[in-house]
Every structure is written in structure tokens, then in C-alpha cells.
Write a protein that binds this ligand. Sequence first.
Ligand SMILES: [Zn+2]
Length: 696
Amino acid sequence: MIAALTGLRGLPRMGQRSRPPHQGRDARWIAGAHRRRRIRLHNRWNENDAAATAGDLALRCYSSRLLGRDSTLVLHGGGNTSVKLREKNLVGDEEDILYVKGSGWDLASITEAGFAPVRLAHLLRLARLPVLSDLDMVNELATHATRASAPAPSVEAILHALLPYKYVDHTHADALLAITNTPDGEARIREVYGDLVVVIPYVMPGFDLARLCAQRFPAQAGPATIGMVLLNHGIFSFGATAREAYDRMIVLVSRAEAYLARHRAWDLDWPAGPAPAALPLDLARLRRTIAAAAGFPVVMARHADAKSLAFCRRADLAAIAMQGPATPDHAIRTKPWPLVGRDVAAYADAYRRYFAAQEPLATERKTMLDPAPRLVLDPELGMCAVGRSAKDAAIVAELYAHTMEVIARATALAEYRALPPKDLFDVEYWSLEQAKLKLGGKPLMFSGEIALVTGAASGIGRACVDALLARGACVAGLDLDPAIASSRQRPDFLGLECDITSESQVSVALERTIDAFGGLDMLILNAGIFPGGRRIDALDATEWRRVMQVNLDANLTLMRECHPFLKLAPGAGRVVVIGSKNVPAPGPGAAAYSAAKAALTQLARVAALEWGADGIRINLLHPNAVFDTGIWTAEVLAERARHYGMSVDEYRRNNVLRTDVRSRDVAELAAEMCGPLFAKTTGAQLPVDGGNDRVI
Ligand SMILES: [Zn+2]
């Protein structure tokens, strides 16, 4: 398996167009790279905050959030915490209740509602059963909760119940994993902790782990015990108070960090080497191949920061990366192994062989997941994270950013050693984890696809961004307005300040889009200018050229530059051009605007003919009288209505259907034109104008 998945490619090819890194972040990384002193974990407990927190459960939330805030302790729903409370029920009986983190909650943001109250006595009886299937365990946990609206209790609930302490904290601390994931990890852990912790060998999380701890913990625990290490998995701490359990977690993990520092395995070297080249076509080809292997479109985010590049350029990359994840539950997100190099077909073959070898050993039959990689490590590209959505890809990237550090430290300490394929398979194909992933439901129409919208900061362009995001697409929004860059804080949106009349700015915007999302599936040509009404006898060449530059020439540049990427779209490329009613029905005083939009329409029709063979569809919308845009202020609207002797409302609805046409109406149609409804349509022109008697 390991050899088969290894396909390390050679050195960077000659002749590739190389540009300086365009992202300031990258530039700083490269300049300041080399030896970075990592800041050690620190105790975040604040006695004032804690004092203001009333009640045992509230304190449980408080310290859980402190743990969740340290990404070196837990990531993306990893880890779990609990508190044992005595409560009186409605009929007056006293019961011991385990409040344990609910499945799907994140420690960083957990509230009291995120803890599931489960009857402790029943959990302790379950722990004595010789076997308990996953389905039975989930059922028992849910049916012995005391609040009907509680989330599903963590699958580690029985283990939390067994530990005889009021507060129990569990994390997957990076520093601990760097030590246990070595050939002599257990001996090292005993050296680090002595009798402070009980050490449990790796077994699958869930009931098997709870049962093993039920046997081993009482036998090993002594008066000095403050925690428990699960080899290749994580660490527990516990105490009589929230603060004691939290302090002990910090003490235990800090010991691991100090051990690494003593063995010169804490501060890491990330020699960046040459700056990363812009390789947009390579990225788009790779994304297309991965999507083909997956059977659905995917987002692929490139990370060419100094750490990722240095890791991907290591001479021992294949050997260290093909070992496996730092902790097995990462496999659900990242798959057990990354693709080293770019041979997706070889990866998919190896993944099928892994499934074929491991599935017969499982206790129940499994259905194979798609065989496409979720992580690509390539010396030229850096780290590429793959997901069905930008959020999924971001989670993969963050998990691996930590994994690179764990691997680098374990390698500096001794040698990185992860779990064998069987253990990884058990977690990757764990029925409970599979169920969690399926909770997401049916993917949205444009899930895994990428759109580029021009003029995205306002009006129809902004509404197009909304319509595409709502359908699951990632969107790059281009606009002259620099505010576009910070207009939306979400992983599936990239706002780029761009003057589309500048070929070099368009080229950089495209590179950034491909770096962020991996390709381009849809192009919405919306940006345009409408100068004030001017009759031909007063129209000078400068204004004429300016309108032509923005409304026509820039769109030629965009179409030409986007074409190679649209051609590589896994589900075929789509273009929607926002034209104008002025194309079929020009108005006096708008010569330059009408001529430019008419020429743009003709350009799009020729593109429909030329690009049809590539499967690319290009259609046009001709909106009219869309008044909820930046140029139509209340004053302008009132002035125009007065000009025609109408009220503002009459003026807005001055069309055959007497309806108000809004940006959103145009945008929704533009998005649908990229969808399956219009799969058999290209070169079409559709009015969105409430019906215009000159057009009809
Ligand atoms: Zn765990």
C-alpha cells in the first residue's frame, strides 16, 4: 500500500512561468522563514471569568471552551469533556448524571445545551457487558439521557463514566502525538510522565476502548495519577474541579512539549527554498482528475506557505507522509494517506486495494467511499486540500497543518510511526462516523463548483454572488471597490479588488481564484458602466472608448483567460453574460452603452459556437429597469419618474407585467442558467424586464 501510493514527482520543470508570490502572507512567510520558535501552550484560566461563571455545568462549559481555543489541543469537533452531577428528578429521586459533550458540538464554542445528561448508573452497568455493538450503544446512550432534546452523547460517554473523577477532559494534543507516534512511543511516554498517568495501548475508540480502560485503569491508577494517555490517540486529565482538570491538562501537555524541547524536537526548521510559482493550469488539471476519481466536483485549496512548501520539498516526504495520520479520527477527513505527487489514478488504485484488503476483516459489510485523495503533497504545488466544499477543504488543511508539525517533531525525536492500515480502516469506516458524515444531507446544486463574478460588490453582481453561494458554489467576486476583499468572511468566498480592463490584474485574480478553489466552472460577466445620457452629436471618443473598454474589451480578456479553466471544469464550463434590454431595444442617449452591449452579445454568440465542442455553454440575460442598484438612488429614481410624469412606483413597474424587477430576480435566473435546467441550452438570450413592448 505504502509503496503503491508513492509517486513522488521530479524537480520543478523548467520553462514554467514563474511569478513572485502574489499573496502578501506568502511573501512574509518566505522572507521570515527558517527557524520559528513555537510558542508553548499556556494556561488560559482566568479567575475573574471563572468567578463570574455560576454552577458546575457552566464551569464545565467555560473550561471546555478554554481547551477548544487551543488548536494544538483539539481541532474541529475533536476531544470531549464531561462533568458528573447529582440531581433531583421530577419525582424527587436523587440521580447521578454524566453531562458529556454532545456529538456535533465543538469544544471551542460549546454551551450548556451541548452537553447530554446521561444516567451514570446505567453507563457503569453497560461498561461491564462483554460486548456492545455500535448501534446498541448509541441507542442505550440516547434512551438513558434525561433530556429529550439533548444531543447524541459522545461515543466516549461510557469511558467518561468509568473514570472516578467529577471533571474529565480529553484532547488530542499535538505534542503528545509527536511522542507516542514513534517506534518506542510507550517507553518515552512513561519516561515523560512516570506515575502521573495510566498508559493504555491503542484500541478503537468507543465501547472497546471503554472496556479496556475499565480493566486497565483501576489496576494502574495510584495516588499520583492525574491523567491517562491513549497511545496514538490522545490524553485525558481529570480532577475534583473544572480548574483542577484543566490545570492538569496544561501541566501534562506542557511536560510533553518540554520533553520535545529537551530532545531538540520542538522548534522546527521550515527552510522555504525558492518562492512558489503560479501554476494555475497544473492545479486545474489536478482538480479535474481528482473530481473524476471522486465522481463529483471538488474544491481544492492550495497552501504554498513556507511550512507546507518546506514539508512537501523534504527528501523523505514519501516515507514520512505515507505513514498515516497523527490520530486516527483524522482519517475520516483526510483519508488515511495523502497523494504524494500527482498520480491520482495510482492513488485511486491503491485505495481500492486497501479497501479490498481490509473490508473482509471488518465485522459488518462496508460500502467503499470514493477513492479520490483529500490531500495532495507536491514539491511544486505545496499542500493542496480537497473537499466537497470550501469548508471541508479548510478543515483538511488545518488538520494537516498540525499533522506536518507532529510528523516533523516525531521525525526529529526518532522516527514518525502511525497506526497500521487495519486500525485506520476501522475508524475511517466506523459506522458511527460514517453516519456523522451523512448527516450533511444531499449536496447542493453547485457543491464543489467554483464561479467567478465581475462587478460583485453591488447590484446584480452582489445578488449573483448570493445566488451562487446559496446553491453551494465557491465564488470569487471581482470588483473595483477595494471593500470587496472584506465584504464577506466565509471560506467559500474570495473577494478580489480588480480592474477588469487591466489584463495583468485579471490574470492575477484568476491565479488567486485557482489557488483558493482549484479551478473555474462558471463565469458571470456582469461588470459594466452606464455613463449619463449623451446624444451622439455630443459623444466624444474618450467616453466611447472608456465604455467599450469596460463593457466589451474587458469581457473579451476575461473570456479568453478563463477559457482554459472552463474547459477543465469537471461538469463542463458555463458562462452567463449580463447584457441589457438596450440590445434588442436601444434607447436614445445611450449609444456607447447600447453598442458595447450589442457587440458583447455578438461576442458571446460566437463563443457559444466556438466553445460548444468543449461542452461550455454561454447564455445571455437582458435585464431592464433594475432599480435596486447603486446608480439608482432615491433622488435619481424620483427625478426620472417626474421626467415621465409618473409616480416612483408607476415608474418602477412601467412594464407589461406591471412588476418590479430586482437584482435578485436577475441573479436567480443567472444562477439557474448555470444549472441543469439549462443543460441543453447555449447561445440563448432571455429578457428579465417584466415584459417590454419593444422587445416582445
Ligand atoms: Zn479522542
